[in-house]
Write a protein that binds this ligand. Structure first.
Ligand SMILES: Cc1cc2nc3c(=O)[nH]c(=O)nc-3n(C[C@H](O)[C@H](O)[C@H](O)COP(=O)(O)O)c2cc1C
Length: 367
């Protein structure tokens, strides 16, 4: 019998050929939000990796929705044209289905790129005022502006506009970024949301922004295309967002037609008590799956093919995402196929790299 890792998964009109997902990973290499040649190289290599789904990095819906000036964006036609070039390039050679992560960085925004240690950018050096649920800064960063009702409406509209562009350039799936201390998560967590209006206070009120945003994107994103969300299942700190809150949030997302949830965690505050070990977030994917029936994607130190297979076979998740492991070894799916005894098609240019084809007459393949 074949493995689960290499079994197909149907989501609406999209068939993923296997359960391996490349987790979204910001490259800080965009120019005014537009994908660069780095993206062709980076995404191109991952598109031929054999993964079933490649999720492009967090993509800002507005210049002020960025974390850093190097972030990918989809707020303009120029951004869309540059990203379309990457989509076409990936499709020409790769087999992965292509997704995009729709993003507003919330209160963490206006900092330098990762390798410049994410320092706040002064206003006179091109910095901007980030937005959040309340005017409470992430330690060491700019004081954000609390979005008023008009700001909330505009922000949702920016997500809608970006989703329409994503459809127009042929992306297969959107993942809304609701995790890691960014804008949606700023509204969810009682630590960052101290509003007294209908968007703050009770769990119901704190969920409102994320649910309204998801609903608005679902309305414009084609019916046949899946729409998922990444959440931080917990803040890992007392008085913060908890796994139980996530279960309720996912129930509500399910009613809105959400197709899957990626169970990530943390990001609200630096003092989070987060212990990292292989598969450290998998129990949360499992709990959400069990208690809501939602399709879940597990992520976080999943590095071994048999570990990934066990997560799926034991019903803890429906999909597994790899981040750093795929950067380190972009041929991970090929190696996993060998380890799990799966036949797997390579780009024809690379077929001779298969272990069974390294000896003998290469014109008469052994397999
Ligand atoms: C370089 C880098 C960039 C990342 N950028 C994003 C991002 O854009 N969106 C996101 O949701 N997570 C991002 N992450 C988190 C990963 O998607 C993933 O959840 C995390 O690295 C844990 O999985 P792993 O142990 O397989 O790397 C990033 C991680 C890395 C290492």
């Amino acid at each position: 019998m074949g493995s689960m890792l290499f079994s197909a998964l149907q989501m609406r009109g999209l068939e993923l050929p296997n359960r391996i997902v490349v987790s979204p990973m910001g490259q800080y290499s965009a120019e005014n939000g537009s994908a660069s040649d780095w993206h062709l190289m980076h995404l191109g290599s991952l598109a031929v990796s054999g993964a079933g789904l490649l999720v492009f990095e967090a993509t800002a819906v507005h210049p002020t929705a960025r974390l850093s000036p190097g972030d990918l964006g989809l707020w303009s036609d120029e951004n869309a044209a540059a990203l379309e070039r990457a989509v076409v390039f990936c499709r020409k050679f790769g087999s992965a289905k292509l997704a995009l992560q729709l993003w507003h960085a919330g209160r963490k925004g206006s900092v330098s790129v990762a390798w410049e240690r994410q320092q706040p950018i002064p206003k006179d050096k091109g910095g901007w005022t980030p937005s959040s649920a309340s005017a409470i800064p992430y330690p060491g960063r700019h004081v954000p502006e609390a979005l008023d009702e008009a700001g909330i409406r505009n922000t949702i509209q920016h997500h809608v506009d970006a989703a329409k562009r994503a459809d127009a350039i042929g992306l297969d799936l959107i993942e809304v970024h609701g995790a890691h201390g960014y804008l949606i998560h700023n509204f969810l967590s009682p630590i960052t949301n101290q509003r007294t209006d209908q968007y703050g206070g009770s769990l119901e009120n704190r969920m409102r922004f994320g649910l309204d945003l998801f609903k608005a994107v679902r309305e414009v994103w084609p019916e046949r295309k899946p729409l998922g969300i990444r959440i931080s299942t917990t803040d890992w700190v007392d008085g913060g967002w908890e796994v139980e809150d996530s279960v309720e949030f996912v129930r509500r997302l399910k009613d809105l037609g959400c197709d899957y949830v990626t169970a990530s965690s943390g990001g609200t505050v630096p003092e989070q008590r987060l212990k990292v070990y292989p598969g450290y977030q998998v129990p949360h994917a499992e709990k959400i799956r069990r208690e809501t029936g939602m399709c879940t994607m597990a992520v976080g130190l999943i590095t071994e093919p048999r570990q990934a297979e066990e997560i799926l076979v034991s019903g803890k998740a429906d999909l597994v995402a790899l981040g750093r492991g795929m950067l380190y070894n972009p041929r991970w799916p090929w190696h996993a196929a060998v380890e799990l005894g799966e036949d797997f098609s390579y780009p024809k240019q690379y077929e001779r790299s298969h272990p069974s084809m390294r000896s003998g007459d290469f014109l008469k393949p052994a397999r």
